[in-house]
Design a protein around this ligand. Structure first.
Ligand code: SF4
Length: 186
């Protein structure tokens, strides 16, 4: 978004401003749903009144990638769909995040065929893997909260060339008090 470039480097004001920016970002994550199968039903349930994703400021689902910063891939992705998904990701605003929801998105699930992508992380930088078939809404909420914690900590990894690296966090259980935010990959 260019905010980081617009503010002066280091100093008290910069630190405070970064905190405000991070607070605003984590409180207003706008998801872009890419739901292709049954996991999409759980995604819809997460946004509905019972689980109420709005409590975390992330209920404004956008179907326009330029207005979204959190891509949630829910369901299997075929090789034919993958270029479309990649284009959607590229059109999203920076900084942006990717959640792989469910076994199919993360590994192909039971669809071990040539037509189904065996893990979207072969083509997209996945930040959070939410396991399950399907994952419950609580699990997806854990995934969103993990991303919010990373935003809060200003902990976005870049490589030496300034290229954004995926976080690759695994959500373990819906009842875990806090998610292990150790970045497991480069
Ligand atoms: S992980 Fe299970 S629930 Fe989700 S899309 Fe695949 S088969 Fe459906």
């Amino acid at each position: 978004m260019g905010l980081e470039q617009a503010i002066p480097v280091d100093g008290y004001m910069t630190t405070q401003l970064s905190r405000v920016i991070n607070w605003a970002r984590r409180s207003s994550v706008w998801p872009m749903p890419f739901a292709t199968a049954c996991c999409g039903i759980e995604l819809m349930a997460t946004a509905s009144s019972r689980y109420d994703l709005a409590r975390f400021g992330a209920e404004v689902f956008r179907f326009s990638p330029r207005q979204a910063d959190l891509l949630i891939v829910a369901g299997r992705v075929t090789t034919k769909m993958m270029p479309v998904l990649q284009r959607i990701y590229l059109q999203m605003t920076e900084p942006k995040w990717v959640v792989s929801m469910g076994a199919c998105a993360s590994t192909g699930g039971i669809f071990d065929t040539y037509a189904v992508v065996q893990g979207i992380d072969q083509f997209l930088p996945v930040d959070v893997y939410v396991p399950g078939c399907p994952p419950r809404p609580e699990m997806l909420i854990e995934g969103v909260m993990a991303i919010q914690q990373i935003i809060d900590q200003d902990n976005i990894p870049y490589d030496g060339d300034g290229v954004r690296q995926p976080l690759r966090l695994d959500i373990v259980t819906p009842s875990s008090p806090s998610v292990d935010l150790t970045i497991s990959g480069s």
